[in-house]
Design a protein around this ligand. Structure first.
Ligand code: NAP
Length: 335
């Protein structure tokens, strides 16, 4: 093998507000055969995730910004088609971070072998991958839910949210979730076993709807959305409640500073704890996560959905779709 032609998505310009197709460019490139400790991978599925929006800004954060006119990166799973490394053989399936492209020339040290006979390949990007660990660590370690408590989850029909809802049910909690369509709230109630749901796009008064859905107040709020959701949740938090700050997607495209919650003062009298977290800080929980989640999947206690866009050229559309609620469960691109 000499070279291989691959298509990859570059960041052409930094989005202002909601990203659009012209912020991205599809670029054809030639990859050489692997050398040294390299492996050539044919990507099968790539992940698009809300956190990538933060990396499109040129600001300091917990991860460096994406470079302009460079291929974007992110989670991907694929098949090794040739290898110069002793650790990997052609035919191995691997999880890695060189997404947004058809083929990846990767150093062996950045790859994790996965077994598609244990679970569908793409589930290593979702229910058994980064969003799954986020749900597991965020809910169990930071939220510390107790049986009988009420757990409120925003963004409940997304990759993280749907898993949080179901783990909370498994732990004996009453679960309330918000999502942005009737199809999503139906799935949450009929498939995921969520006790009460709110379609926040159809609700004129989120606070009142939440009060009705949580007659005993809220013990754990799993925050994926921010803004009006946080303000409404604060209003009904019980004493000693925990707010797990996982994400605030409603603010990721903001072009001006969003208003803070007007009722933050409630945290004092209610003795609330509000804690942010980043999933990559918790590698020690990986084995527990795999054991528990794969067990619940096998027992049929954990259901998951994927929304799949086909073709590398549709990756920007899939990414932008996250901000329009186009996904039920994990948003993926099949390449
Ligand atoms: N802290 C960490 O380590 C970590 C790790 C992974 C993810 N996260 C965060 O967790 C959250 C969920 O991530 P995910 O991967 O599971 O994404 P996701 O929920 O699968 O997809 C995003 C969903 O957010 C909802 N949404 C978009 N814009 C919204 C808005 N303005 N207001 C309310 N809802 C909106 C949409 O659903 P609707 O139809 O319901 O609107 C959309 O489907 C994100 O905030 C993400 O940044 C954090």
């Amino acid at each position: 093998m000499t070279t291989i032609t691959s298509r990859e998505v570059h960041l052409r310009s930094r989005p202002h507000g909601l990203p659009s197709a012209d912020n991205f460019a599809l670029v054809e490139t030639e990859l050489p055969a692997p050398a040294g400790d390299q492996v050539l991978i044919r990507n099968r599925f790539i992940s698009v995730d809300p956190y990538m929006r933060g990396r499109m800004r040129d600001t300091r954060s917990y991860t460096p910004p994406f470079g302009l006119d460079e291929p974007l990166t992110g989670g991907a799973v694929g098949e090794v088609i040739s290898s110069a490394s002793e650790e990997f053989d052609a035919g191995d399936f691997v999880l890695h971070m060189l997404g947004w492209r058809e083929y990846a020339l990767a150093e062996a040290r950045g790859l994790t072998k996965v077994d598609p006979s244990l679970a569908p390949l793409q589930s290593y990007l979702g229910v058994l991958g980064m969003p799954g660990v986020t749900a597991y660590v965020g809910l169990l370690d930071i939220g510390e839910p107790q049986p009988g408590e009420t757990v409120f989850v925003s963004g409940a029909a997304g990759a993280v949210g749907a898993q949080v809802c179901q783990i909370a049910k498994i732990k004996g909690c009453r679960v309330v979730g918000t999502a942005g369509s009737a199809a999503k709230t139906r799935w949450l109630e009929e498939v995921a076993g969520v006790d009460a749901t709110i379609n926040y796009k159809e609700t004129s008064n989120l606070r009142r709807a939440l009060k009705q859905a949580c007659p005993d107040g809220i013990d754990v709020y799993f925050e994926n959305v921010g803004g009006a959701h946080l303000e409404a949740a604060l209003q009904y938090m019980n004493n000693w409640g925990r707010i797990v700050v996982c994400g605030m997607i409603s603010q990721y495209n903001a072009t001006a500073a969003p208003p803070g919650p007007a009722n933050l003062v409630l945290m004092i009298g209610r003795r609330l704890r509000m804690q942010g977290f980043i999933v990559s800080d918790h590698p020690e929980r990986r084995d527990d996560f795999v054991r528990d989640v794969s067990g619940w999947m096998k027992e049929g206690r954990l259901k998951w959905e994927e929304t799949v866009f086909e073709g590398i050229e549709r990756a920007p559309e899939a990414f932008i779709g996250l901000f329009h609620g186009e996904n039920l469960g994990k948003m993926l691109v099949k390449v």
